[in-house]
Design a protein around this ligand. Structure first.
Ligand code: GDP
Ligand code: MG
Length: 230
């Protein structure tokens, strides 16, 4: 345990979940972390989850940033993008605007990352899943066709499109499995297996208080400077 910190730095990944509000971002994260689903809506400000895995003797760390849909501070979103390694962009299949938001987010991520890596947009290798959620709703509510979703990812082998239901737990594990494969993370981190092997759960990142990580009640009054975590 004493050298956990040192060990972790090399195998540390940050997953960022983005999308309009109420599309099901927190529900998807909750499925991943504990397999549960809540019908009740709880607005997210910005939630952190940290999982530490011991896989064949090596320590791995996965930080999950579950963002709020409305981002009053564009700089915060930019920072989330800059520090993210893998991305899940969520929209709701019954909400056209949320799909447009995903298109904007995808563009912004590619822009921010390509200037960071000094690569062209096309070749920035960024593991990313675009996720059409609420696939359990009847087809008559559908506002986005499957081929429109597929089109967003067709030119990038590190990008995949999934239609899922956090509510019915349809395709969620598959989505994470493919995302982790694209990111070349150990498959043991995928949902089907990770619940058995993770050794630590849901603790706030360094420099961030529990109150801040669970800052729903505090809202954006949290005083921790996100920059400190870089
Ligand atoms: P977020 O704002 O993007 O984090 O969305 P939430 O995860 O808080 O979900 C918003 C609302 O949509 C909640 O009432 C959820 O219960 C509901 N919801 C989330 N996922 C699904 C889903 O797959 N199907 C249906 N029918 N409702 C969902
Ligand atoms: Mg949320």
């Amino acid at each position: 345990p004493e050298n956990i910190g040192k060990e972790l730095t090399k195998n540390s990944y940050r997953m960022v979940v983005l999308g309009a509000s109420r599309v099901g971002k927190s529900s998807i994260v909750s499925r991943f972390l504990n397999g549960r689903f809540e019908d009740q809506y709880t607005p997210t400000i910005e939630d952190f989850h940290r999982k530490v895995y011991n896989i064949r003797g090596d320590m791995y760390q996965l930080d999950i940033l579950d963002t709020s849909g409305n981002h009053p501070f564009p700089a915060m979103r930019r920072l989330s993008i800059l520090t993210g390694d893998v991305f899940i962009l969520v929209f709701s299949l019954d909400n056209r605007e949320s799909f447009d938001e995903v298109k904007r987010l995808q563009k912004q991520i590619l822009e921010v990352k390509s200037c960071l890596k000094n690569k062209t947009k096309e070749s920035a290798d960024l593991p990313m899943v675009i996720c059409g959620n609420k696939n359990d709703h009847s087809e008559i509510f559908r506002k986005v066709r499957s081929d429109e979703g597929e089109n967003l990812v067709s030119s990038d082998e590190n990008c995949a499109y999934f239609e899922v239901s956090a509510k019915k737990n349809t395709n969620v594990d598959e989505m994470f499995y493919v995302l982790f494969s694209m990111a070349k993370l150990p498959h043991e981190m995928s949902p089907a297996l990770h619940r058995k092997i993770s050794i630590q759960y849901d603790s706030p990142p360094m420099g961030m208080t529990i109150e801040c990580a669970r800052g729903r009640a505090l809202g954006l009054m949290c005083h921790t400077d996100p920059g400190q975590r870089l």
